[in-house]
Design a protein around this ligand. Structure first.
Ligand code: GLP
Length: 239
């Protein structure tokens, strides 16, 4: 666990780890996350790419999750989020970026295919994670199986409410998602979880110091041999 003073330092520290990883392995397979927390890290990756500090030309990526029922061109889809906040601004080949297909005709098959593709490309070298206030990672809500694979998950009321801020009042807000499983996430060679702000303090305490339990999906990271939690002082307040 790395505790830093500010959210900005968390982003800088996390970005450095990703940049180092890609410089060591230019064809790295990245696991990426959405949410507001990784945005500052993505801005740093964009700057580093612009300044020729790092190239994404050979990199592939897999995102953790997507809303089921939203096509990639929907403004609230995670595919759209990733294009807007990262992919459109770096030299990554768009064909090498993968986000679960929210508009899949056969979502269950799409989940199995997603896991297979991760394996085919050699597995994820470094997985970025945020954390939900209830301890979820990706959309693995409390009670998720600790060995779960990529699958369809129902969102909890708490997560729907937390994410309602991104949807206008009249707009359809999905209650289902496709998410990498906890087992899928644990197979990444390295895991980097970022958390900032007081709202995450309870989840961070449960993840780092609580029991290993499906009630706090992020506690599964205790089983990972190379998992790093990078948190600001506010998110570390309960430790
Ligand atoms: C969503 C995403 C998670 C993310 C969480 C926290 O539920 N599926 O991957 O970690 O939001 O988001 P934020 O960083 O905005 O607090």
């Amino acid at each position: 666990i790395v505790i830093l003073d500010s959210a900005d330092e968390v982003a800088a520290y996390g970005a450095e780890i990703f940049i180092r990883c890609i410089r060591q392995k230019p064809a790295a397979v990245l696991g990426l996350a959405t949410g507001s927390t990784p945005l500052a890290l993505y801005r740093r990756l964009i700057d580093a790419n612009r300044d020729a500090v790092v190239s994404f030309a050979k990199v592939s990526s897999f995102n953790l999750d997507e809303y089921l029922g939203l096509a990639g061109d929907h403004p609230q889809s995670y595919r759209h989020f990733m294009n807007t906040h990262l992919f459109d601004h770096i030299d990554i080949n768009p064909d090498n970026t993968h986000v679960p297909p929210g508009d899949a005709a056969d979502p269950l098959q799409a989940c199995a295919d997603y896991d297979k593709l991760i394996t085919k490309l050699g597995g994820i070298d470094i997985q970025l994670l945020g954390i939900g206030r209830n301890g979820h990672i990706g959309f693995n809500e409390p009670s998720s199986g600790l060995q779960s694979r990529t699958r369809v998950k129902t969102l909890t009321r708490a997560t729907i409410d937390d994410n309602a801020r991104f949807f206008s009042t009249q707009e359809f807000q999905p209650h289902l998602s496709i998410t990498m499983g906890i087992g899928t996430i644990l197979e990444a060679r390295k895991v980097v979880l970022l958390a900032t702000g007081a709202a995450k303090a309870g989840a961070i305490k449960a993840a780092a110091e609580g029991p290993l339990t499906a009630s706090c999906p992020a506690s599964a990271l205790q089983m990972h041999p190379d998992a790093l939690l990078i948190v600001d002082a506010a998110a570390a307040a309960g430790l």
